[in-house]
Design a protein around this ligand. Structure first.
Ligand SMILES: [Zn+2]
Ligand SMILES: [Zn+2]
Ligand SMILES: [Zn+2]
Length: 380
């Protein structure tokens, strides 16, 4: 089944049909999530590198800490250096001697301003903008500025501007106005510097930067969407579904950019396959987690996993007569949790309606068998 059809197959629910957030909140195993790396205060999910579902490898170059997916253990940056090293170079030696990153990506703090209440991001030669400017004005070296020299004493840390105001952005703000990290500041300037009443809505639309591939930042999402993502992560762990945090982050960013209040509302045209699959997996697990045998029995399409089976559907929608449909559903409901396999139940249902319909062939349901095939196609 193609991904597009897969999506239509799974997104049959709506946020409203799932009831209030409370039920979803109860469904989440907060203790397990905490053990997996969920930090509720920072709204960040940071799993361990050796986690069976979310684990990742760190670049083998001693001076590098980037995530890698390649076989030789190099991140994309070190891989480029390695290719330049030419034939005959020794990989083990390269791991030890390859250069460190020259440009940090906004995560590092100023060498001086890095104590609580005084955090500013490093921008130039390991110093924040203000420290670097002071150093240049005084004509000092970096070491002279940090530790003091014959003219000046050691530098003092400067008060922090707080975190970047883009919801979920974990970086420190670089300036007082606007209080944004460097990449978001760049985006802000490109967008015509929205200020005043326009600033907060602008921040809410920004994506969380995807260059921290070890974590998922879910801050700034609507409550339901956040609970759905967390439950998706929980189920991925419980079912040991391999899940890359960077793919989940991109899903979260899409939810934020579209202002969606639930994953069920997400428009997925722009999402790549693995991201769509995570959305499909999560929506499926949320629907399944919230369903009860009685809520399922009220529908025309039953997901037999709700009744304890490993998979399969029963479809009652084609039975046009109300009395027969209800009778068949009731008959199936009484047996749904005891009949061994979905196939047996489906056959029996089909057979039973056929018998009831002898003498009225035109009303005979054309199909009343479980369609496990349609389920398997997108379940992982
Ligand atoms: Zn590397
Ligand atoms: Zn500084
Ligand atoms: Zn930021």
């Amino acid at each position: 089944m193609s991904p597009a059809r897969t999506m239509r197959a799974v997104l049959v629910g709506s946020p409203e049909s799932l009831g209030p957030c409370e039920a979803l909140r109860r469904l989440v195993d907060w203790e397990l999530l905490g053990r997996l790396g969920w930090d509720a205060e920072r709204e960040v999910f940071a799993p361990a590198a050796d986690d069976p579902a979310f684990g990742f490898a760190v670049c083998k170059v001693v001076a590098c800490d980037q995530v890698t997916h390649s076989r030789n253990g190099l991140c994309w940056r070190c891989e480029r250096h390695w290719r330049r090293a030419g034939p005959g170079a020794d990989l083990e030696e390269f791991y030890q001697t390859a250069p460190a990153r020259s440009k940090n990506r906004g995560g590092a703090l100023c060498r001086v301003c890095r104590v609580p209440g005084h955090e500013r991001p490093a921008r130039h030669r390991g110093l924040c903008l203000s420290c670097a400017t002071a150093m240049l004005e005084r004509g000092q070296t970096v070491e002279g500025y940090v530790h003091g020299d014959e003219h000046f004493g050691p530098a003092a840390p400067r008060p922090s501007f707080g975190r970047c105001r883009v919801p979920g952005c974990p970086r420190w703000a670089e300036l007082r106005r606007p209080p944004l990290c460097e990449p978001h500041d760049r985006a802000w300037r490109l967008d015509g510097r929205p200020e005043g009443a326009e600033f907060a809505p602008w921040c809410a639309r920004q994506r969380v930067l995807e260059d921290c591939p070890r974590v998922v930042v879910v801050g700034g999402l609507a409550e339901r969407a956040q609970l759905e993502v967390l439950y998706g992560l929980q189920r991925a762990s419980e079912t040991e579904r391999r899940t890359r945090t960077e793919e989940v982050q991109r899903v979260v960013n899409a939810v934020r950019a579209q202002g969606a209040s639930s994953l069920f509302e997400l428009r997925m045209e722009s999402l790549q396959r693995h991201r769509r699959l995570f959305v499909a997996f999560t929506c499926d697990q949320v629907m399944l987690g919230l369903a009860t045998p009685s809520s399922e029995a009220a529908k025309d399409d039953w997901d037999l996993r709700v009744f304890g089976h490993s998979g399969g559907f029963l479809h009652f929608g084609r039975i046009s007569q109300g009395w027969l449909k209800e009778a068949t559903k009731q008959w199936a409901a009484e047996r749904a949790s005891t009949v061994e396999t979905a196939r047996v139940l489906g056959r029996a249902c089909s057979h039973r309606t056929s018998i009831r319909h002898m003498g009225r062939p035109r009303a005979l349901p054309t199909k009343l068998l479980p369609t496990t095939r349609s389920m398997r196609a997108w379940r992982q």
